[in-house]
Design a binder for this molecule. Structure first.
Ligand code: NOJ
Length: 535
């Protein structure tokens, strides 16, 4: 089966280039490193790669602080390397998604450097959010940056500029047509170089309406907006309903314009996926209306507990909300901003959840290393690089654990990632989690992913909706199980710590861990495991 357009039910592999493969021995991954591993990527059975930013950047926030959005940072290579990567990917029938960062620039961008030198109310300052201090000298409002500390920094003449993230990431003023024009130029630049789509960073953040309004709990809000800060979901959801700077109506006008730009490339089927963490969840569907973007990330599985009620709600809600705008959901278990799924819910649970999710309609995102079942790297504070760690004086450890470089092979650190010293240390305990050792083990997570993605392509992509068979609300036979059928596949996940019986039809084609017993039409699913049956 296939799906058209290409992105509709694609499996998209997220590469954090700095951590993928180092081709020149400087301890950091780079674009030629990615190119050299494209056969591996292809062998996973994915359809596309999403590359986290590789643009010119002082790298204060892992490249999400862009100093020139139309060039490659020397640490990653050059434009020729980017072109070659895209060409080689296309030769393998892999699409390429670039990560565009429209909410802010780096303070090293020439616009911001000019704004620092310019006067109040100058056209250079109008590209950002510069405001005078309050009468008592304090910043214009009490907002806390998502990385901790105030979201305002004062410049020499006393004005403050807004940065929802690090002080090195000044927010752009999207009311200024120059900003829009510049980004359209950037989009065209990369499309003309060959990319097939964009992941839009902080897509919900572009328009700021209430810049002079204080928030009643700015620190709580900042924590609620972070995927790596654990919080009671009711408390989090209540706070998320009060965000003053995200999800304003004006962002949709930007995406309507962008959609026209994408569509003007016709058969190339240029797509865009929004990083828009908005609340209530129904608001996310606005980003995927027919004249806006193609996909919006669903972040619920990055924080969801391994619990039948929670997972049922997440899946059901995402499918049904997207259906109201004729869109399909997206699924992600890990990314570069959140703890790796194996560390967050456990090894077996992570494998079970992956198999459960791979059967669902829509697009699945896999964060490089997830296929190996990597846990978060264990780091000393002295190793950390995430600005969050520094801006919270170490109170929040940050996201480096999920960004530790990939182990490729061999018995000793750094397991083939680099001939130099990796930018974050890799643990010796990853010896059995290298690509090489997992390829040699038929029971490895890597083989599970490869098999699942192959079967997904063969039997599930394009197979339509799901029918729940076991869930807290449908069937209601065993509250340890979640099960659905889709096309010719029945998926059964056992979330409990003991084996569970079920009546799934069909022959077993895969199980995430353990062994399925089958007797007299009854199947016994091992603890913390998902099985697929083909009828
Ligand atoms: C979301 C990105 O995924 C994250 O890594 C980054 O720090 C923020 N946006 C700011 O760009």
């Amino acid at each position: 089966m296939n799906s058209s357009p290409w992105w509709k039910e694609a499996t998209i592999y997220q590469i954090y280039p700095r951590s993928f493969f180092d081709s020149n021995g400087d301890g950091e991954g780079d674009l030629p490193g990615v190119t050299s591993k494209l056969d591996y990527v292809k062998s996973l059975g994915v359809d596309a790669i999403w590359l986290s930013p590789f643009f010119t950047s002082p790298n204060k926030d892992g490249g999400y602080d862009v100093a020139n959005p139309r060039d490659v940072d020397p640490r990653f290579g050059n434009l020729e390397d980017a072109r070659e990567l895209i060409t080689q990917a296309h030769m393998r029938d892999l699409r390429v998604i670039a990560d565009i960062v429209p909410n802010h620039f780096s303070d090293q961008h020439e616009w911001f450097q000019a704004a620092l030198k310019a006067k109040r109310s100058s056209k250079e300052r109008e590209r950002f959010h510069f405001y005078d201090a309050n009468e008592d000298g304090t910043p214009p409002n009490n907002w806390i940056s998502l990385f901790g500390g105030p979201s305002w920094t004062q410049v020499e003449d006393g004005q403050f500029y807004l940065h929802l993230f690090d002080s090195s990431q000044p927010d752009l003023n999207w009311e200024n047509p120059e900003v829009n024009a510049d980004f359209e130029k950037t989009l065209r630049f990369w499309i003309d170089l060959g990319v097939d789509g964009f992941r839009i960073d902080v897509a919900h953040g572009l328009i700021k309406e209430d810049v002079l309004t204080n928030h009643p709990d700015p620190q709580g809000l900042s924590n609620a907006l972070r995927l790596d800060v654990a919080m009671d979901s009711e408390v989090r959801n209540a706070l998320l309903l009060t965000v003053p700077y995200f999800d304003r109506q004006g962002v949709h006008e930007v995406y309507r314009k962008w959609r026209k730009l994408f569509d003007s490339y016709g058969e190339r089927e240029i797509m865009a996926v929004a990083e828009a963490w908005v609340h209530p969840p129904v608001n996310a569907t606005r980003y995927v209306r027919a004249d806006e973007l193609h996909q919006v990330f669903n972040f619920d599985l990055l924080t969801a507990e391994f619990d039948a009620n929670v997972l049922f709600d997440v899946v059901e809600r995402s499918i049904s909300l997207n259906a109201t705008v004729n869109a399909l959901p997206t699924w992600a278990l890990s990314n570069h901003d959140s703890p790796r799924v194996a560390s967050r819910i456990g090894d077996e649970q992570a494998r079970a959840l992956a198999l459960f999710v791979f059967g669902l309609p829509g697009s699945t995102y896999v964060f490089a290393g997830q296929e190996l079942g990597l846990p978060d790297g264990q780091l000393q504070d002295s190793d950390r690089q995430d600005p969050t760690f520094f801006r919270t004086n170490g109170a929040i450890k940050g996201r480096d654990g999920a960004r530790v470089p990939l182990p490729w092979g061999g018995d000793t650190i750094p397991f083939g990632f680099s001939t130099g010293k990796p930018w974050l240390p890799i643990s010796q305990s990853w010896k059995d989690l290298t690509v090489e050792s997992e390829l040699a083990d038929p029971k490895s997570s890597l083989h599970l992913y490869k098999n699942a993605l192959e079967l997904r392509k063969e039997f599930l992509v394009g197979a339509g909706g799901i029918t729940w068979l076991e869930s807290p609300q449908h069937g209601d036979k065993n509250d340890s199980l979640l099960s659905y059928s889709r096309g010719s596949i029945t998926v059964v996940m056992n979330l409990s710590d003991s084996a569970q019986e079920c009546e799934a039809d069909g022959k077993l084609v895969m199980v995430s861990s353990g062994t399925v017993d089958a007797r007299d039409g009854i199947k016994v699913i091992p603890a913390r495991s998902t099985a697929w049956f083909l009828s």
